[in-house]
Write a protein that binds this ligand. Structure first.
Ligand SMILES: *Cc1c(COP(=O)(O)O)cnc(C)c1O
Length: 540
């Protein structure tokens, strides 16, 4: 590769905008944009190249000494990076919560990067700050539905905030539970609060052995990062065994009481609205009552499922979410916003003051700087992407997308149910389902005596693993896989295919092609012949 000259003149040219439409930079821009469009319109998930092969393109740890021409570097990116990326836009990419984006985001991204505003303080963001506050207000309204007077008072109030915008669900969960912790262990008489005195002093002052957080064992792993970071400790993450995929209110109450009887204090119950593995929704309304009875915070992790609130038909699946003290929603999941858009929303706008931070040179008292109550410091204007999406789709547009996804998941579930060689493992509550390959002769497997069934089950598990890998490597389609415990096989985990229907361009024929491909792959395996040869004993 030829090297550009090392001179300030050359670097100035890199900084300045293209002067006319046929300038080099303008050409590069069009070239890149055409290439991305081509790449995204391919119906191939990923090019068949091994990771080891790709690593060879990224082997050197040396910082390049001399500058490269932008045009040549762009070519290298297209060749090494774009060509070997995963096409998350492909309608057969149905394994993850990340999916196709509406095309307008590419133009908006340019605006975002071009303006390069920093939301940490007003001086570097100006109009972006009220925009972010309004966006948080709209999402707050979607959940809590307060009256106009409430939003008039709090939307742009310097001493309150309706939520915290952040890079994703993990940070949103940490933020919400950080607020909960500081609220529980707040200033009290002469005690200045945990934020100032630290955890040890707070436990001594309040007389707690430990404080803990409870969720079902289907809670997202960001919760165990949270208890670690908040200093509570992973031993105080109470994960309740939930073969039904839901945190049952009775169990939650019993576990909470037992924990508190040992001199501990339960900090929060986390209800999940759309679990990562199966898309189940905890009984939020009942859990809110349990939290009240135990005297603890109620947080709802609706990172993925929160967008269901746009739908009149399915909103009730999240009934009780309005009772939560805080809610996490990721706009980069079902709201089709580029990655980096999470939110923690607070029912009570005073609560975020529990983590308010002031610094002399920045974040002055009484300012509207968003950085005073967010975990992250410098942040870009991602809220604009959420703001624009809310306008461009509108609630009714989002409703159409959500309804379509859920209905398509139901259709896919029916296809799996009707197919003799597949078994639906968890039916879709929202637009997520799990299933596996299971030769029709083994349909009555769960009624079998344990020993034999268990060894067949292990074979089915390994079939799922191998088919999933081979399908992913072939690169035409992608479903993910996970291990879950389901009610009919209590005490054991089962490996399943996991599908998230999010891409509006996915059709029924894509779905049936995915099943066909899986069956075809299975049929090439010796394991499949072994499994189809098994004759189950007649059950008396
Ligand atoms: C995705 C997800 C998270 C984590 O969000 P990130 O944006 O990946 O940090 C947390 N909880 C649930 C339920 C999720 O689906």
């Amino acid at each position: 590769m030829s090297k550009a000259e090392v001179s300030l003149d050359h670097l100035f040219r890199v900084f300045t905008k293209p002067e006319h439409t046929d300038s080099t930079l303008a050409k590069i821009e069009r070239h890149l944009s055409d290439n991305i469009s081509d790449f995204l319109s391919q119906h191939v998930v990923t090019k068949k190249t091994s990771l080891e092969e790709i690593e060879k393109d990224f082997f050197s740890a040396a910082v390049p000494d001399s500058p490269e021409f932008v045009s040549e570097h762009a070519e290298a990116l297209l060749d090494k990076l774009v060509a070997h990326s995963v096409n998350t836009y492909a309608p057969t990419f149905i394994g993850h919560m990340t999916s196709a984006l509406p095309y307008f985001h590419l133009s908006l991204a340019k605006l975002l990067v071009g303006l390069n505003q920093n939301l940490v303080k007003i001086e570097t963001s100006k109009a972006f700050t009220p925009l972010e506050r309004q966006t948080l207000g709209m999402m707050h309204n979607l959940i809590y539905q307060q009256n106009d007077a409430f939003y008039e008072e709090y939307l742009h109030n310097a001493n309150h905030s309706l939520g915290a915008f952040c890079s994703g669900g993990t940070i949103a969960n940490i933020t919400a539970l950080w607020v909960a912790r500081n609220q529980l262990l707040g200033p009290d008489g002469k005690f200045p609060g945990v934020a100032k005195a630290g955890l040890a002093a707070a436990y001594r002052h309040y007389g707690y052995e430990n404080i803990g957080i409870m969720s079902s064992n289907r809670g997202h792993y960001s919760l165990s990062k949270t208890v670690d970071i908040l200093g509570i400790g992973r031993d105080n993450m109470l994960t309740v065994h939930s073969p039904s995929q839901q945190l049952e209110a009775e169990k939650a109450l019993a576990v909470g009481k037992a924990y508190q009887e040992q001199g501990n204090k339960l900090l929060a119950i986390v209800g999940v609205a759309g679990t990562t593995e199966t898309g189940h929704v905890d009984p939020l309304d009942e859990l809110a009552d349990v939290a009240k009875e135990l005297g603890c915070w109620f947080h709802v992790d609706a990172a993925w499922g929160g967008a269901t609130l746009f739908s009149e038909a399915y909103r009730s699946k999240l009934a009780g979410i309005e009772k939560a003290d805080s809610v996490t929603i990721d706009a980069h999941k079902q709201m089709y916003v580029p990655m980096g858009a999470g939110m923690a929303l607070f029912k009570d706008p005073r609560h975020s003051n529990a983590v308010r931070h002031h610094a002399q040179y920045i974040l002055r008292q009484g300012s509207k700087d968003l950085g005073a109550t967010t975990l992250e410091g410098s942040r870009n204007g991602m809220a604009m992407m959420v703001y624009s999406s809310l306008h461009i789709f509108g609630r009714r547009g989002y409703e159409l997308l959500i309804d379509k996804s859920i209905e398509q998941a139901k259709t896919f579930a029916a296809m799996i149910d009707a197919h003799p060689d597949f078994e639906l493992m968890t039916a879709p509550i929202l637009s997520l389902l799990t299933y596996r390959l299971r030769p029709s002769a083994l349909a009555k497997l769960e009624d079998m005596p344990c020993d034999e069934a268990s060894s067949i089950k292990k074979k089915l598990d390994s079939l799922t693993v191998r088919v999933q890998k081979q399908q992913r490597e072939a690169g035409r389609s992608f479903v993910s896989r996970t291990r879950i415990e389901i009610a009919k096989y209590q005490g054991e985990t089962t490996t399943v295919f996991r599908v998230v229907l999010a891409n509006p361009l996915t059709t029924e024929s894509h779905l049936s092609a995915i099943l066909d491909e899986q069956l075809e792959i299975a049929k090439t395996m010796k394991l499949w012949s072994e499994l189809t040869a098994i004759v189950l004993p007649k059950i008396a």
